[in-house]
Design a protein around this ligand. Structure first.
Ligand SMILES: Cc1ncc(COP(=O)(O)O)c(C=O)c1O
Length: 393
């Protein structure tokens, strides 16, 4: 029996639920983008994004693009052909960002990783110490890898770069973390941060960000990769048309304005605490299911487990796609399968952005029922454990 009425519970790790307020903000005509009102709105968005990235000295660039575009923007602005970058190979998105770098003639030095642990700051420090000629121009790190659901310790990585006395830029993809967990660009010495709209910020897909330090802007002046549309400098031109290098994506910006209002009404710290609570509820459910000796948390070190998404490993060759489709088509709950090496061996529950307790409990109940329907071994009571945790936390 398929139940098609009621809401679809969107628990993919992006795109995420869009609040009605944000949807309504887009239901308006296009406007003349030269009006003082529109320009004031734009300025307020750029100012508020700086608050989200926690940067006062840096600048934020907004692209009409998805995260891949912002990845490319970060690379072509900061690097030159033949430059080396250091990439900890700890997940799908760091590997993909590195592959993109290679397409631009950048040489990738990869630190081996097993996808069940986060970035090892000591390995970064050792690698950079050995790079006495400063061949490495940037360290590329993913804050929360959406495939592994592991969050990197960014301050520790910053310390590792400093301990090595290395001038490399610190470039961070915070696409799947921004708005869900602390991120402090200035305090943590991050030079380039890549963000996207469609995850923690509760937006439609289509906007992506680069937050850029003064050091990165200075490096960018001498960077040699061809760029025009993505060029940070061009987009800082006072001619407002060029803030977007063309027509501003007005409706996505109306949505973003509303979403940022919601972020600050809740308060960033409160949003982080909410994400931590909901993620812990998911992990409590998994801890119970895991007693069936088939399911386990991908994050081998629970302290590294992400607050925005959870990856659950499934042993025994069970049909994960059938399980995912049971969740979606039978219970109207969308989850995701594993990526890269864990494709067919894992599923992922997204819990970022516009989510609350009953949504999480509902999603977990559908997952538990689908596990039973698909014959995937698990101990019952995961949903109860999650709700008991929420009742006390
Ligand atoms: C951590 C991370 N980086 C980058 C991307 C790419 O973003 P997009 O799909 O918007 O291009 C994603 C998408 O899921 C992501 O999770």
């Amino acid at each position: 029996m398929t139940i098609a009425t009621g809401r679809n519970f969107l628990h993919t790790p992006g795109p995420t639920n869009i609040p009605d307020r944000v949807l309504r903000a887009m239901a308006q005509p296009a406007v003349d983008f030269s009006t003082p009102e529109f320009l004031a709105m734009l300025r307020s968005i750029f100012a508020d994004l700086k608050r989200v990235f926690r940067t006062e000295s840096g600048d934020v660039i907004v692209y009409a693009s998805n995260g891949h575009g912002a990845w490319e923007a970060a690379l072509v602005n900061a690097l030159s052909p033949g430059d080396h970058v250091l990439v900890p190979g700890v997940g799908h998105f760091s590997v993909n960002w590195a592959e993109m770098a290679e397409a631009f003639g950048i040489v990738v030095e990869t630190l081996p990783g097993d996808w069940r642990h986060g970035v090892d700051p000591a390995a970064i420090e050792a690698h950079l110490k050995a790079d006495t000629g400063h061949r490495v121009k940037a360290v590329l790190t993913v804050h929360t890898d959406t495939a592994t659901s592991i969050t990197a310790d960014l301050p520790a990585i910053r310390r590792a770069i400093d301990n090595a006395g290395h001038p490399a830029l610190f470039m961070v993809d915070t696409v799947a973390a921004l708005g869900t967990v602390e991120f402090r660009m200035d305090d943590w010495g991050i030079d380039v941060a890549v963000g996207g709209s469609q995850k923690g910020l509760m937006q439609p897909p289509g906007l992506a960000f680069n937050a850029v330090s003064r050091k990165a802007l200075a490096v960018s002046d001498g960077a040699k990769l061809p760029r025009l549309y993505w060029d940070w400098r061009r987009r800082q031109d006072e001619a407002y048309y060029k803030w977007f290098c063309g027509t501003p994506p007005e409706h996505l910006l109306f949505a973003l304005r509303e979403g940022l209002d919601m972020v600050f009404e809740e308060g960033l710290e409160n949003a982080f605490a909410r994400h931590a609570r909901l993620a812990e509820a998911v992990r409590r459910a998994i801890a119970v299911w895991a007693r069936g000796n088939c399911l386990s948390l991908n994050a081998a070190n629970p302290r590294e487990a992400a607050n925005s998404v959870t990856t659950i490993l499934v042993e025994g060759g069970h049909d994960i796609e059938k399980f995912r489709l049971t969740c979606r088509d039978r219970f109207n709950v969308s989850i995701a399968t594993g990526l890269g090496p864990s494709r067919g061996k894992a599923f992922r529950i997204g819990h970022m952005g516009f989510v609350n307790e009953p949504m999480i409990i509902g999603a977990l109940a559908a997952v538990e029922a689908s596990l039973a329907l698909c014959g995937i071994p698990h101990a019952r009571g995961g949903v109860t454990a999650a709700s008991e945790y929420l009742a006390t936390a």
